[in-house]
Structures are given as structure tokens and as C-alpha cells.
Write a new protein. Structure first.
Length: 201
């Protein structure tokens, strides 16, 4: 299920110190009972049937999102601000996904920005959301060519580097991994937050 703004605010305010972490990783039998036996925060999460593996020493929060998604755009500023406040022991990762062919061209852009923009990457992610949902200078169903032109002309990334990164082994591997994770947890909508590869809201 996709995360509501109310639920996201509850999560953002409590997750870093919640006893939710004490419940992970869980044995499969315990995971099925987590919603009833765990802390109150767990009522807002579903235990996925097939968890994604994370190392025992890792505390991970993963957001599944799409630039095309208006709710993702609305939530993004709060998530970015929250992620900056996290202790070093908690890792926050964003994972772009697509549920239809029309949404696919925007997904690689996230990894291209991460690869080419360096410290400017957060600003360019925000600019992409704004271009689609505020300025309307990029369509949510833009073609691969249009998205690449946006990256070079509006985000001012090198056009040749964008095209090379787009089809690079690194980006295509990350895209395949993102799709595999979404399929594994049977993701149905975004934005969605996955904690420890196991709890989804």
C-alpha cells in the first residue's frame, strides 16, 4: 500500500528511536505476528511475505518512489529533511520504480543524477520533481529522449555523459535490482517506505 502523509509524519517522527528496530530482523513466524505484538508504530506497517535481505548490522529505511508520482513529490521535502537528521547507524536509500511503460523513462534519471551530479544531486532530484509537478516543463510520461534532453538542458548535466550513463552497466544493473526488489515485496504503489527489508507502509 502507498504511504499516506499522516502515516509518513508518524513514521518520520518516531522511526529513528522506535523499538521497531528491536523487532528486526525477525524470524518468519514472528514477523507475521508483529502487527499485533509489536509497538504501536507497527500498526502502520505490513510485514512483507518475502523480505529483502539486509545485513544484521544494518538499519535501513528504503523509499520506493517515482518522479511521476505527485504524492512522492509532496512527501520528498519532508523525507529529505528527515534523512539529514538520521544517525550514522541508519541508512536511507531511495529506489525509483515504474508500474507502466510510460513511467519507465524517468526511473534511470535518478541513477544518472546520482552518478554525475555529486553534491548537487539532491538539488537536481528536487528540480526534477518541480519540473514535473509545479513548472510542468517535463511530462510525467516523457519519452527517454525528452528526459535525457531535460537532464542536459534544464539540469545542466553533460549531454554525452547522460547518454553514456543511461545505458551503462552500473545504471542498468541498479534498474534491474530496483525492479527485482519491488517484485519481491509485491509493491503496489508509491511512495512506500520499507524498513529493514521487512516492514512496508
Amino acid at each position: 500500500m502507498s504511504i499516506s502523509r499522516r502515516t509518513s509524519m508518524l513514521f518520520l517522527g518516531a522511526a529513528a528511536s522506535s523499538s521497531l528496530w528491536a523487532k528486526t530482523p525477525l524470524a518468519p513466524t514472528a514477523a507475521t505476528n508483529a502487527a499485533s505484538s509489536g509497538p504501536a508504530l507497527l500498526q502502520y506497517f505490513d510485514a512483507v511475505k518475502t523480505p529483502i535481505a539486509v545485513t544484521a548490522s544494518t538499519r535501513e529505511v528504503r523509499e520506493f518512489f517515482g518522479y511521476w508520482c505527485p504524492h512522492c513529490a509532496d512527501l520528498d521535502p519532508s523525507l529529505v529533511a528527515w534523512a539529514k537528521s538520521l544517525p550514522a547507524s541508519i541508512t536511507f536509500t531511495k529506489t525509483p520504480v515504474a508500474f507502466s511503460p510510460a513511467q519507465v523513462p524517468l526511473a534511470p534519471l535518478y541513477y544518472v543524477i546520482e552518478s554525475l551530479a555529486g553534491a548537487q544531486a539532491p538539488a537536481l532530484h528536487a528540480a526534477t520533481f518541480e519540473a514535473i509537478h509545479i513548472h510542468r516543463s517535463l511530462k510525467s510520461s516523457a519519452s527517454e529522449k525528452d528526459v535525457q534532453e531535460f537532464a542536459s538542458k534544464q539540469l545542466r548535466l553533460d549531454a554525452k555523459a547522460v547518454k553514456e550513463k543511461w545505458t551503462s552497466f552500473g545504471v542498468t544493473t541498479q534498474m534491474a535490482k530496483a525492479k527485482a526488489m519491488a517484485d519481491t515485496i509485491a509493491l503496489e504503489g508509491v511512495p512506500a517506505l520499507l524498513v529493514q527489508g521487512r516492514y512496508l507502509t
